[in-house]
Design a protein around this ligand. Sequence first.
Ligand code: ZN
Ligand code: ZN
Length: 195
Amino acid sequence: MEGETPMSEVRLRLKDRCFICDKLDSEEYDYMCHVQYSVTHEEEMKRLFLSKGFCNGHFWKIAFLTSPESVSKMAILLIENGKIPTGCLICDYLLSKEEAFLDEFRKEMAAGSPETSTVSTKPLCEPHFMLAGNGLDAYSLKYLAGIHTDHNRQLLGELKSFVAKRENRSARTADEETAWWRVVERLVGRKGSVR
Ligand SMILES: [Zn+2]
Ligand SMILES: [Zn+2]
């Protein structure tokens, strides 16, 4: 029926997290692996690095990912260039990927009804829920809001059980054990989110 959400089909499974955050985490890791090598081996990446640089979070992440020699080479490039850029080529890349994932989501939603869509029941964090809804028709938006509310209700139940079982930790389920981590991402987006 129009406006009703099929609650039985939207059960959050263990480890379910915002599917866009999940994809961005994987993009971030792959791109950082590529960048940490290319910055000191490829002219185009070197040029990009010198014009955009890395933000605080991504410089630290890359430093942990790569070798001390590579970090040294990157620092030499920046210092010899005489100007420390204030942007971040990783953040820029992730923003473009995020936009592409959101576009894909909206296209999928627009391709049919929310009831038959393959993406309408996927979990979204609060920031991505707000972004994904931009440009959707009122019915699809209402449907998505119903799913989102239902996911929040499930998480709320897991969080309350988690806290209530403080004296009997072994009774906590695996879903309850991970709820605290999933709810932080759900409220504010993934760790190191660039928005
Ligand atoms: Zn997200
Ligand atoms: Zn960054």
